[in-house]
Ligand binder design. Sequence first.
Ligand SMILES: Cc1cc2nc3c(=O)[nH]c(=O)nc-3n(C[C@H](O)[C@H](O)[C@H](O)COP(=O)(O)O)c2cc1C
Length: 364
Amino acid sequence: MIEFFERLTRPFLQAIDPEDAHALTLRMLKHAPLPNAAADDKRLAMRAFGLNFPNPVGVAAGLDKNAEIPDALLRLGFGFVEVGTVTPLPQRGNPRPRLFRLEADRGVINRLGFNSQGGKAVLRRLAARSGRSGIVGINIGANRDTRDRVADYISTIEEFAPVASYVTINVSSPNTPGLRDLQQQQALDDLLARVIDARERVARNAGPTPVLLKIAPDLSLAELDDVVGVARGRRLDGMIVGNTTVTRPVGLRETAKAKETGGLSGRPLFPLATRMLAETYVRVEGVFPLIGVGGIDTGAAALGKFRAGASLVQLYSGLVFRGLGLLAEIKAALLAALERDRLASLAALIGAEAAAVTAEPWPR
Ligand SMILES: Cc1cc2nc3c(=O)[nH]c(=O)nc-3n(C[C@H](O)[C@H](O)[C@H](O)COP(=O)(O)O)c2cc1C
């Protein structure tokens, strides 16, 4: 039914302004009477951060910024949903237009700038669904004009820990000036020390809440050394690699749109994001799991993420171009790979090619 619905609406959604199309899609999913997706094959199950994922394919942050449709997305068959980024206070983000589709490149550039309904509204929605099954994480950020960025993260963790399956510290959005400076060694160590402290403080009421760090794919390898060192030192539960890139890979066809300021996602991001994933994997040495995100738009691309070191993957831009068929294709590709290699679970694939990926020439 959903595919039929999609086939009907996609041409229209692709013809209108991308931000209007996104708002419309959310509204349709909110009100569509969705049946539950078929139960997943047991071989797709994944345990990570102390959570049991029915399948390893999730929705990346930014698609459901205000937690309006996490249950609809779970019902469609995603293994988990990361809502947010949420900021403590509501804010509008940057002026429109701020979202651009690079059709010919299958890419997206956005400079939304954390448009968020704010912590109160999002918390109310997550609290209303607490007790329901399904893994829903919250991605948190700081208000653009806040006086104390670190305090923004701390207050948000304290509020959301009781209602979120996990919390992601987003220090990698390129669209909030200065935010990415929090990835610098000393700043990051101070931030994570206080984050973990806050998590422990509320654990008695909230239970154990895994804390993940989402990084930019634009870090240098020396910076990545520092970030992984801090994450390991502060005993983080995992990392997400990664966010959008401010670089513009060579060979983009939509040269005019490529000049727009903002973070690039989708197919052109895949080589860089996957390289950074493998570089992170070899540095983490199995101490915690990684979520691979960036440019997945085929089953083969998803497999590439697992082989480069991901235990879980997330999708965003690929869904814009491929629709929900992408999710089914990825699950089928994972199962086919297991059958081909006679594997009982995805665990054996994770990081199998990480070292090889890090030996390739740097993606341009
Ligand atoms: C329109 C748009 C909005 C996004 N908003 C957020 C956000 O609020 N927080 C965040 O951590 N990442 C955000 N992202 C980044 C995605 O979560 C993801 O890391 C990135 O797009 C790479 O994955 P993809 O190539 O599958 O899109 C956004 C991406 C897009 C395209």
